[in-house]
Design a protein around this ligand. Structure first.
Ligand SMILES: [Zn+2]
Ligand SMILES: [Zn+2]
Length: 243
């Protein structure tokens, strides 16, 4: 028999430990899916909700977490048993903005772990419409758990790089190569740019370099003019070498 219990680590109040809450699996309405969670990333937004007093749209208690991957275990037949990534922001798909391709600013958009219980849990109930299926081939290289960060940390800089209309041979300067910037740098690289990564942390710059970023610069302690001069020199060097 299917175990009917799910677990959530709920935020009860600011700065307090999450509470492990055991409850029955939620009922699903039409168009909703129940996803058994494989992985859920921790975003800076979660830290802001938990420690810095940024208000969640849904009142507490609330299960945070919006970088979720998992497997559909109940819901629409076409989604059953599919491995999926749940987008961090789920647009309505119906409004004028959505219809004009601006679903990123849809006023009715819903965010797991903000508008409703999110991914720091064993299961999550979500609208099925915008789930992203994970091709089996990808799972030969990465675990489903690892892919959870695509929901936000990868897709956010992807949108930025795409909107920037960067082209092969362009120079991209990425300021900060932490949990989001490192993907932005690599995506710009994939778009064909020559990428310079700036950061104050040598460890992060080393990771960027290891993953093919063309040039790195630690700007710790440098004033604006020194940074500009150094970046100009790097650009000159990079331009001199063919794409
Ligand atoms: Zn986030
Ligand atoms: Zn909409």
């Amino acid at each position: 028999m299917l175990d009917n219990t799910m677990y959530q680590w709920q935020m009860l109040e600011l700065d307090k430990e999450f509470a492990l809450v055991k409850q029955a699996m939620p009922d699903l309405k039409e168009g909703e899916a129940l996803v058994k969670i494989a992985g859920c990333g921790v975003c800076h937004t979660d830290i802001s909700f938990w420690h810095h007093g940024v208000q969640t749209k849904h009142t507490l208690p609330l299960t945070l977490g919006h970088e979720i991957s998992g497997t559909v275990v109940a819901g629409p037949a076409e989604w059953l048993n599919k491995n999926v990534i749940i987008p961090a922001v789920l647009p309505c798909g119906e409004c004028e903005l959505c219809k004009r391709g601006r679903s990123n600013i849809c006023r009715n958009q819903l965010m797991p772990g903000n508008d409703f219980d999110g991914g720091f849990a064993s299961h999550v109930k979500v609208p099925a419409k915008y789930l992203c299926p994970v091709p089996d081939d990808v799972l030969k290289k990465y675990t489903l758990q690892q892919l959870s960060v695509i929901a936000d940390a990868v897709s956010t800089p992807y949108q930025v790089v795409k909107k920037s209309e960067i082209e092969a041979g362009d120079i991209a300067i990425v300021i900060g190569v932490g949990g989001v910037g490192i993907y932005g740098a690599q995506i710009a690289k994939i778009f064909g740019a020559k990428v310079i990564a700036l950061d104050v942390n040598d460890e992060k710059l080393a990771i960027a370099q290891k993953h093919g970023i063309d040039a790195v610069l630690n700007i710790k302690g440098l004033d604006i003019k020194a940074i500009k001069d150094k970046v100009k020199a790097i650009v000159k060097e990079l331009k001199a070498s063919p794409v």
